[in-house]
Design a protein around this ligand. Structure first.
Ligand code: HAM
Length: 430
């Protein structure tokens, strides 16, 4: 029988990769807290209607990419394709709009989109993101971008490895004028557009700019910033001014319209050149109409999400090192050594709990040959072996072997754990 394989577009994370993911998520959580965010965990699936209303019926995500299913009660559900809709749903469900209208929430977890898989694009991927409710000021937008900058720096991405594109999509006041200008521009080109875009041209022409097929050919299309009302222009100008003053490496991105319908005013995307087609590490923007559209009061909001898989790829491309735990393997050979090895592992693990550098301790199976225990130590990636031998035990000593240097020395059994920790501390972190 053939071996089982993970579904297309999904994968297992292990070894250095999972360490890298954990680091990104943990450093991001530290940064979110620094900026006053609290963690929120929402369900992995929601009522399908939530995404239709929040993300938009004519978006690629809702039209083509959602995993929709019915539960046993016939309720239509969807695996979440993104995090914002669920966070807004929770904000309203817990009536935070009344008890704490200014609220900052962050999340981290898997998202699902049935896209065509390629390097950096998966059907199950992870996002870590934040949503900031109740502050309509340009300062809130600029702060959000600086938080994104800080998360990348905390995760270890070198300065200059990512660039920020910033645009404004206007508001309910000025968007119609842009939509009309865009429709007038697209109408003569209609026959050349894909079937989907021909339909979208009528209902939501902005989506045409975001189409993976048609979008790139429309380089001379009207740009949103030429059609902003006075308030939106002032808001946008102030955001850019704050970003300039903070020294953020950003560039105006007049073609950026985003693939979700809920945005108003500021939108942004962080890219890492050199990652190929999937170079967007994260993105977001302001969405002042969404809370109301989902049944709440008029509430301004701004947020973003990083694709953790993409940030991990960017760190790998920059050869940012990830260190795993220091692995110590306890081998045993001869009569009476199993007890000593067992106790030694317990002692070392107890010490390891208090160590700043993570330690991993494994013990060879009693009764296995020394050769097979060393093979196990090697396969596990041990850097050191503590060998509890029958002769040494009689002298109350053990052998501490450095597998990479091939050196060994005898240490008193009573000091074995301390000797391991001292040896590790003396090493430079890998
Ligand atoms: P998004 O641009 O759809 O925005 O996704 C954000 C990030 O998730 C992307 O920049 C990318 O890094 C990552 N991503 C998206 N799709 C995939 C995929 N198939 N495979 C790997 N990574 C992917 C949102 O989701 C909004 N909810 C962001 C937001 C929050 N806006 C306001 N608040």
């Amino acid at each position: 029988m053939s071996r089982p394989a993970a579904p297309r577009g999904t994968r297992d994370l292990f070894g250095d990769e999972v360490r890298l993911f954990r680091r990104i998520e943990e450093r991001a959580a530290d940064c979110f807290r620094l900026y006053g965010y609290e963690e929120l965990r929402t369900p992995v699936f929601e009522n399908v209607d939530l995404f239709r209303r929040a993300v938009g019926d004519t978006t690629d995500i809702v039209e083509k990419e959602m995993y929709v299913f019915e539960d046993r009660g016939g309720r239509p559900l969807a695996l979440r394709p993104e995090g914002t809709a669920g966070v807004v749903r929770a904000y309203l469900e817990h009536a935070w709009d009344q008890s704490a209208p200014v609220k900052k929430l962050f999340y981290s977890g898997p998202m699902f989109r049935a896209e065509r898989p390629q390097a950096g694009r998966y059907r199950e991927f992870r996002q870590t993101g934040g949503e900031f409710f109740g502050n309509a000021s340009p300062e809130a937008d600029a702060e959000t971008l600086l938080l994104m900058r800080d998360i990348l720096a905390a995760a270890g991405l070198p300065k200059g490895a990512a660039t920020f594109g910033v645009n404004s999509l206007g508001c309910a006041e000025c968007r119609p004028a842009f939509r009309d200008a865009l429709r007038a521009y697209l109408e003569p080109k209609k026959a050349g557009l894909c079937e989907n875009c021909q339909r979208r041209l009528v209902v939501n022409p902005l989506r045409v700019l975001d189409c993976k097929g048609d979008g790139p050919a429309l380089a001379d299309a009207p740009v949103t910033t030429d059609h902003l009302c006075a308030d939106c222009r002032a808001h946008h100008g102030r955001v850019l001014e704050l970003l300039r003053a903070a020294g953020l490496p950003f560039a105006p991105a007049p073609r950026l319209v985003r693939g979700l319908d809920y945005y108003t005013r500021t939108v942004f995307e962080v890219t890492a050149p050199g990652l190929g087609a999937q170079d967007a590490l994260g993105a977001g923007g302001r969405y002042d109409g969404l809370v109301k559209a989902l049944g709440g009061p008029d509430t301004p909001a701004v947020g973003f999400a990083f694709g953790v898989d993409r940030v991990a790829r960017a760190l790998e491309a920059q050869n940012v090192p990830v260190s795993g735990p220091r692995r110590v393997f306890i081998a045993q050979t001869g009569a009476g050594t199993a007890d000593a090895a067992f106790r030694l592992a317990d002692e070392l693990r107890g010490e390891g709990l208090w160590e700043a550098a993570p330690l991993a301790v494994e013990v060879g199976a009693p009764g296995k040959s020394l050769k097979s225990q060393f093979r196990a130590a090697d396969g596990w990636g041990a850097a050191w072996v503590l060998l509890v031998g029958e002769d040494e035990l009689k002298k109350q000593t053990v052998i501490l072997k450095d597998l990479r240097a091939g050196a060994q020395r005898e240490v008193p059994l009573a000091r074995a754990a301390a000797a391991v920790l001292e040896t590790i501390a003396a090493e430079k972190p890998s």
